[in-house]
Write a protein that binds this ligand. Structure first.
Ligand SMILES: NC(=O)c1ccc[n+]([C@@H]2O[C@H](COP(=O)([O-])OP(=O)(O)OC[C@H]3O[C@@H](n4cnc5c(N)ncnc54)[C@H](O)[C@@H]3O)[C@@H](O)[C@H]2O)c1
Length: 366
């Protein structure tokens, strides 16, 4: 199994990546007390909860023969999708933990996509002012992005991710075998975040992706592991240097300010986050080229790679440029006058910049 370390002082953890992890990983090493709560949603729970529970028990037994019976393992399962990421769901987790009489040494295990990871991390950050949690991501997006870096959150009716905490997991265990059941569209949406790492910060990785797009879509284990490892290394490095997103971490938002506007205007329906980000990255590249920062050839390479990864690059026609611009203005990155965005000077050369309305409108119309 490959390993990427996140050496945050006092909160260091490792990300384990490879096939078969669910059946082989020594979970017991990370479980301090006897209480474990697995948090999941319907689909990953149905597909993988049994194997995860069996492996947690097996590893516990191997480690502590005499205490094997003492492990108290419970589960809570939410509906699939973004609707689970609420304060009410966190409240259900707290009620379950209270029912278990779980103390400070309880371990929460998030088995699912980014929604479950964000919700579980949020609950772990708050229960008894913070307890251990392990991320077992089951979507590609969660493996390369949401499970790494310690951002946890739930949504409010007023907006996404409005309530949250920085809370790092004890470990991330990414078993690439689980991606076989992931719908292709979700796989491509995860690949958008992989592509992002190359696009804003690593030209060599971008070129590698151009050469391996087909293998990634075919779930070739070697290519997939490489892409996840490289993405996690990049994210871990950024998180290490800027955990609280005051500088460099903002670069991870390449394409996101545009993408969020699309998602918000579509009421988060009919488009996946990664798809919106893919369209957003192309807008950011076009805007950069328009104002003379980068070449049109680099924009074309980005468009071609997005297509090779089966990602959209065009704005849904029903969304009007003026409405998209207005939605961007509501984004928290808007500062007096110009909007703050991640732009690029070409592949691998993203930076935090600002743009005027006219330039942004032009990028939306292309
Ligand atoms: N914390 C962060 O830094 C961060 C970063 C990016 C995104 N996010 C959050 O992540 C969330 C999106 O995550 P996501 O894209 O993983 O979506 P998701 O969690 O909704 O999962 C997508 C769908 O795939 C299903 N699924 C999960 N694993 C599966 C598997 N192995 N086989 C079949 N189906 C499976 C899920 O049940 C769900 O229906 C958003 O809430 C977003 O805000 C957080």
């Amino acid at each position: 199994m490959d390993k990427v370390s996140v050496p945050l002082a006092g909160r260091e953890y490792d990300i384990y990546i490879g096939p078969g992890a669910l059946q082989n990983f020594d979970f017991a090493r990370l479980i301090a007390g006897r209480d474990v709560l697995i948090v999941s949603s319907e689909t990953p729970a149905k597909l993988y909860a049994d194997v995860l529970i069996a492996q947690i028990k097996r590893s516990h037994k191997l480690r502590e023969q005499s205490a094997a019976q003492a492990l108290r393992l419970e589960s809570i399962v939410f509906a699939d999708g973004e609707s689970a990421k609420t304060l009410a769901s966190a409240g259900e987790i707290f009620a379950k933990l209270a029912h278990m009489q779980a103390s400070r040494d309880v371990t929460l295990v998030a088995l699912g996509g980014g929604v479950i990871g964000d919700l579980t991390g949020f609950a772990a950050a708050l229960w008894m002012r913070g307890v251990a949690f392990i991320q077992v991501p089951t979507t590609l997006l969660a493996m390369v992005d949401s499970s790494v870096g310690g951002k946890t959150a739930v949504n409010l009716p007023a907006g996404k991710n409005l309530v949250g905490a920085f809370w790092q997991p004890k470990a991330v265990v990414a078993d690439i075998d689980v991606l076989r059941t992931l719908p292709t569209r979700e796989l491509s949406a995860g690949l958008a975040e992989v592509l992002k790492y190359g696009a804003y910060g690593d030209a060599e990785f971008f070129a590698w992706l151009e050469a391996h797009a087909a293998k990634l879509l075919q779930l070739d284990p070697v290519a997939l592991t490489h892409a996840i490892v490289r993405s996690c290394q990049q994210k871990a490095g950024v998180v290490l240097r800027d955990e609280r997103e005051t500088g460099e971490r903002m670069l991870l938002n390449f394409g996101h300010t545009f993408g969020h506007a699309i998602e918000a205007l579509m009421d988060y329906k009919g488009i996946l986050h990664g798809e919106a980000v893919a369209i957003g990255m192309v807008r950011a590249a076009q805007l950069s080229a328009d104002i003379g920062l980068s070449s049109a050839a680099d924009t074309q390479r980005l468009i071609a790679l997005s297509h090779a990864l089966q990602l959209p690059t065009r704005v849904p026609p029903a969304l009007l440029p003026a409405a998209l611009l207005a939605t961007m203005r509501l984004d928290k990155k808007a500062i007096s006058g110009a909007i703050r965005l991640i732009l690029w000077r070409g592949i691998g050369a993203g930076f935090v910049g600002t743009a005027e309305d006219a330039a942004i409108l032009r990028a939306w119309t292309q």
